[in-house]
Ligand binder design. Sequence first.
Ligand code: NDP
Length: 288
Amino acid sequence: MGKSYLDNLVGVFGHPVAENPTVVMIEAAFHAAGMENWRYLTIEIPPEHLAEAMKAVTTLNMKGINLTMPHKVEVLRHLDEISEAADKIGAVNTVVNRSGKLFGENTDGKGFLESLRKDGGIDPKNKRAVVLGAGGAGRAICIELALAGCRHITVVNRSANRGEELARRIEEKTSARADFMALTPGFAVPENTDIFVQATSIGLYPDTGAKPDIEYDSILPSMTVCDVIPNPPHTEFLTEAERRGAPTLDGMGMLVYQGTIGFRLWTGKEASVDAMKSALQREFGVAD
Ligand code: NDP
């Protein structure tokens, strides 16, 4: 089969989508695996065209598609089947075309768990977690932590209704216990916390100096402290945690692992974590 024959198309639908970095890491993984007739396309799809765009995934015989803002919830209406976790989270970011039937998965929280286990050496079973943020990333992380056996999750959020809704969702959909605390200046992390996650968008490029307004002296060396922000990977939040002697995990690890899960679902092959990480580091202009 000639290299110009591209029968293996995947990609991402978003709005706006131009800055989405996934193409860089997935194409690096295709290249590292010698998969020259695979391509990852970054496609601008406004909300009013999502239904047609999802039909096009099967019409064009694409192997699958990622969904990013604002499509992760709306896409549920256009799928044939979804995973149990995606159903509990209420959002899908990865779709697989299985012989014309569209299957939805959510890899955000799974990527976080893989980074926690592989890079952090932490098993969430019976642990106590505190998660800042109740948006898409916070929701996926909380549900996956709970499904992985986390005993208790405290959701901390600026807007109470979103945070309370997530705490309720965790208790309804999983066997973990959950509560809500307001994200107010001086918020102190409870000292029995094992896993402390920053899942708000605070600190994302270009707002790189920003960090959540909390009591950083409440972070203890016994806590594993994680940030979802992939760019820059080394955030002010993680710097503060390191100063208190806590082991840390950055959002680039989560981004790479969630990419490897999508890659596996679409291709049936393992992606090169090193190739994906190096490509992202080059894209974000950070040193190895
Ligand atoms: P959402 O817009 O769904 O949620 C944003 C969250 O951040 C909400 O909880 C919001 O609180 C909170 N927040 C935003 N600004 C502030 C502020 N100034 N003060 C306090 N709280 C604030 O975004 P997502 O959950 O989809 O994404 C969050 C971050 O996660 C993004 O930076 C994204 O890049 C990153 N991400 C990383 C991934 C990875 O693989 N590493 C994967 C997915 C996302 P409120 O509810 O009060 O508005």
